[in-house]
Design a protein around this ligand. Structure first.
Ligand code: HEC
Length: 229
């Protein structure tokens, strides 16, 4: 039983050609996906609201029956810190906040849009955390917390956030960044997130069956909530 000629699919040249074609094909697909992704993650597109649009309005969360999770919807006008911003001002503020989160390495403990750690609560939707209290108090509570986190009650795991020496202007910018981030349609992530109760809100003009505002039972983050960890 001597082996004569190799079968075509077992030959070295066939697999060499296949490897080249698969690599070249994947490369083309990756380039296409890169351009497609950039289009979808740019501010001012369907899933990522423009900076001023997010900062100047209330961020509502409504249940999307078809997709089966909560999606952010831009609500009525409700400017951050009571001041309406232009797109350029809003972008500058959000970008200052983003730079602050990078300079202070918030991702070392937290997760932002899927990147980071799970030592501390996910920050993607932290703006809508019911534990900030009433919507009037929320903005200032967040600034106060960021500047003096050691004064807050620790979470259910007994973890406290250290004082990172954040200045007031950095804290305000970070709050703007967090508000804008909460308006991003993240396909339902993080999944265990419970938004602030805005049941008093008029039904948003979104294609949903009912204005859902799930009961803000257990708070997350600064009040006990092991689920966020
Ligand atoms: C050394 C780890 C660590 C770092 C770094 C850190 N945090 Fe925290 N953070 C925590 C912990 C722990 C908590 C939970 C504290 C609590 O419940 O009192 C927390 C809570 C928070 C909360 C409240 C979350 C919520 O939904 O209630 C916010 C907002 C927050 N951090 C923002 C930031 C920002 C912004 C930065 C970067 C500028 C940052 N943190 C850096 C550990 C950290």
């Amino acid at each position: 039983m001597s082996q004569t000629q190799a079968l075509w699919w077992a030959s070295e040249s066939f697999w060499r050609k296949t490897a080249i074609w698969v690599t070249a094909g994947s490369f083309v697909v990756l380039i296409f996906l890169t351009f497609d992704t950039v289009k979808q993650i740019t501010a001012g597109t369907k899933r990522v609201p423009a900076y001023a649009n997010a900062l100047n309005h209330r961020i509502d969360y409504v249940f999307d029956e078809k997709r089966n999770f909560q999606v952010p919807v831009i609500g009525p006008e409700e400017p951050l810190f009571g001041k309406k911003l232009t797109e350029a001002e809003a972008e500058a503020l959000v970008s200052h906040g983003k730079l602050t989160t990078q300079a202070k390495n918030c991702m070392g403990c937290h997760t932002l849009l899927g990147n980071g750690s799970y030592y501390a609560p996910d920050l993607t939707k932290a703006w809508l955390d019911p534990s900030w209290g009433s919507k009037e108090a929320r903005e200032q509570s967040m600034v106060d917390f960021l500047m003096n986190p050691q004064l807050a009650a620790h979470n259910a795991l007994g973890r406290k956030m250290p004082n990172l020496k954040i200045t007031e202007s950095e804290a305000r910018a970070t709050v703007a960044f967090l508000k804008w981030m909460s308006s991003i349609d993240t396909n339902g992530f993080p999944t265990n997130f419970k938004p602030i109760d805005q049941a008093d809100a008029p039904a948003p003009a979104a294609p949903v069956a009912e204005p859902v505002a799930p009961a803000a039972e257990a708070g997350v983050g600064i009040s006990p909530a092991p689920a966020q960890q």
